[in-house]
Design a binder for this molecule. Structure first.
Ligand code: NAI
Length: 257
């Protein structure tokens, strides 16, 4: 994993489910000590139990990434327990889809609400800002860090019904480029992973017909799995990935080619 003797310490937000859960497990298997942060406390605890049962080191914490005070307290708890923070994986995310303006038979019948817009921005954009700001002072002090944030291929290409989500996920790419510039001098890299369609709870409401069509338009001929994204996170988290910063890595089976 790394060239240091002591384990690297990684935080995974939204680590209780889907891609985050797979990532926490893969990091632990690779020798990292893992802090699993999630709004769903029980889910985070179950992930930690599975990791410790397999001989790994992990701690769970209930964190709402939309609350700066939660993120600061949780970061302090990681430092208290492990003495440092090497990797932050900003993975927590939500969707609340709706068209900007919905029209039926020439009449406006609905629209994305301000609350819908703000909720997704709070989790997917402000949450990334909050968690990153909470860990960066520690990373600067230790002159080492890996910040990896989750965008989506829809941030690059747009998606019907996702004004809020696309705005947030595009913002993550922009913020990351700023952090790459601001933090590179401290040995900190900041990168983005942009997943394509990945089989998790987040996408289970997509109708089967739409799913099949998405798979047909994916050159590798299958839906992505959480481990596909976890592998990309691990690659960017590695100490030796030190010359990659400000980058956006699409992991989508070629679906948008
Ligand atoms: P998921 O819904 O399976 O898991 C998301 C996790 O985030 C859950 O454990 C949830 O409790 C947690 N979470 C939600 N709000 C939170 C908050 N305020 N504070 C802390 N934790 C919170 O989702 P999935 O599919 O694993 O997504 C992971 C990331 O990948 C998200 O950022 C998502 O936007 C992104 N993504 C997913 C894609 C997919 O096809 N599944 C495609 C592109 C991006």
């Amino acid at each position: 994993m790394t060239s240091t003797n002591s384990p690297r310490i990684a935080i995974v937000t939204g680590g209780g489910n889907g891609i985050g859960r797979a990532t926490a497990r893969m990091l632990a298997d690779a020798g990292y000590a893992v802090a699993v942060w999630d709004l769903a406390e029980q889910a985070a605890e179950e992930v930690v139990s599975a990791i410790t049962a397999a001989g790994g080191v992990a701690i769970a914490r209930k964190v709402d990434v939309t609350k700066p005070e939660d993120c600061v307290a949780a970061a302090a708890a990681v430092v208290e327990r492990f003495g440092r923070i090497d990797v932050l994986i900003n993975n927590a995310g939500v969707v609340r889809d709706g068209q900007l303006v919905k029209v039926k038979d020439g009449q406006v019948v609905g629209q994305m609400s301000a609350e819908q817009f703000q909720f997704v921005l709070d989790v997917c954009l402000k949450g990334v800002f909050n968690c990153t700001q909470a860990v960066v002072p520690t990373m600067i002090a230790q002159k080492y860090g890996r910040i990896i944030s989750t965008s989506s291929v829809v941030a690059l290409y747009g998606n019907f019904g996702q004004t809020n989500y696309v705005a947030a996920k595009a913002g993550v790419i922009g913020m990351t480029r700023v952090w790459a510039r601001e933090l590179g001098r401290y040995g900190i890299t900041a990168n983005v992973v942009a997943p394509g369609f990945i089989s998790t709870d987040m996408v289970k409401s997509i109708p089967e017909k739409v799913l099949q069509s998405m798979i047909e338009h994916t050159p590798v001929g299958r839906a992505g799995q959480p481990d596909d994204i976890a592998r990309a996170y691990l690659f960017l988290a590695d100490e030796k990935s030190s010359f990659i910063t400000g980058a956006t890595l699409s992991v989508d089976g070629g679906s948008v080619l």
